[in-house]
Design a protein around this ligand. Structure first.
Ligand code: HEM
Length: 265
């Protein structure tokens, strides 16, 4: 009986493997590179992530965009660096007011491999982030980026600014040395002088009638759980609005005259 030849199944173009690049067929490096591509393709085919990445990343930017526009991303990088170094510090830190907190910080600084370096990055990184956030805010202010339709992004930014300051404030107590202790007492008391919510806020921060063990636990929870979570979510909203609305052109760039453009065309 003659063999029945079925037609080849129709494979959509995007599912066909890409053509081999000349010279890569036999070399092992070529095969490894191809494997990487096909893994990415495999994930992409099921998630379409590359499409959303393209929508977010490939955008038109206004004429005159300059280095000042990198300050937001620099702030983002500082935040991520704080998150990474903070995770390593949390592996050793003990929020124990009876000497444990101080001792754990001493241990990280003097005994742990690269501990002093990571602690230094986290400590100086907090000042760097505060400086960068102010510079970024100044850029958006002087370029008029707070105006319609970006008012909401400005408001989200203000919340980020307050939360970043709260991060610095809550982190300052954690070494629980003399300076941290007394500086935070002053800070909590200043909070208490605020109108209406001031006294409630300082009670909340003190976490009890006395400044002590419960205060340290509260500050630690606020510093490493509450604030980073809220900041992360707000940065997401902030970047979504940047991607949706685009960035503002520098104030010295004149808008094109549509009539003139028509005439030139
Ligand atoms: C954690 C803090 C922050 C991060 C990570 C961040 C990140 C960014 C990034 C990446 C951009 C786009 C690029 C650029 O314009 O630099 C941007 C834009 C913007 N940011 Fe922030 N930002 C932060 C805080 C703030 C603050 C404190 C304000 C103001 C109070 C603010 C207001 C704005 C505005 C209005 C825009 C739009 C700029 C434009 O249209 O040209 N941001 N931000």
């Amino acid at each position: 009986m003659p063999k029945l030849k079925l037609p080849a199944p129709l494979i959509p173009d995007r599912m066909k493997p890409p053509p081999k690049r000349p010279g890569t067929e036999t070399k092992s490096r070529g095969a490894a590179a191809e494997a990487g591509i096909s893994v990415i393709d495999w994930v992409d085919e099921r998630t379409s992530l590359s499409q959303s990445a393209r929508v977010m990343m490939f955008r038109k930017i206004p004429k005159g965009t300059n280095w000042f526009y990198t300050l937001g991303s620099a702030t983002l990088f500082a935040f991520l660096s704080q998150a990474v170094t903070g995770v390593f510090l949390a592996m050793f830190y003990r929020p124990d007011a009876a000497g444990g907190a101080y001792e754990s910080i001493r241990y990280v600084t003097n005994e742990v491999f690269l501990g002093e370096f990571v602690r230094g990055m986290h400590k100086w990184g907090s000042s760097v982030m505060v400086i960068l956030i102010f510079l970024h805010m100044a850029r958006t202010f002087f370029f008029g980026a707070y105006k319609y339709p970006r008012e909401l992004n400005w408001v989200v930014g203000v919340a980020l600014l307050i939360l970043t300051m709260a991060m610095s404030f809550s982190g300052y107590l954690l070494p629980f040395d003399q300076r941290a202790y007394w500086a935070t007492i002053v800070g909590v008391n200043i909070n208490g002088t605020g109108p209406f919510i001031g006294p409630y806020l300082s009670d909340f921060l003190r976490a009890g009638p006395e400044f002590g063990a419960t205060t340290l636990s509260r500050f630690y929870a606020i510093h490493m759980l509450v604030l980073p979570g809220i900041i992360g979510a707000l940065i997401g909203a902030h970047l979504y609005l940047v991607a949706k609305l685009g960035t503002t052109a520098p104030p010295w760039i004149k808008a094109e005259d549509p009539v003139q453009r028509e005439e030139q065309a």
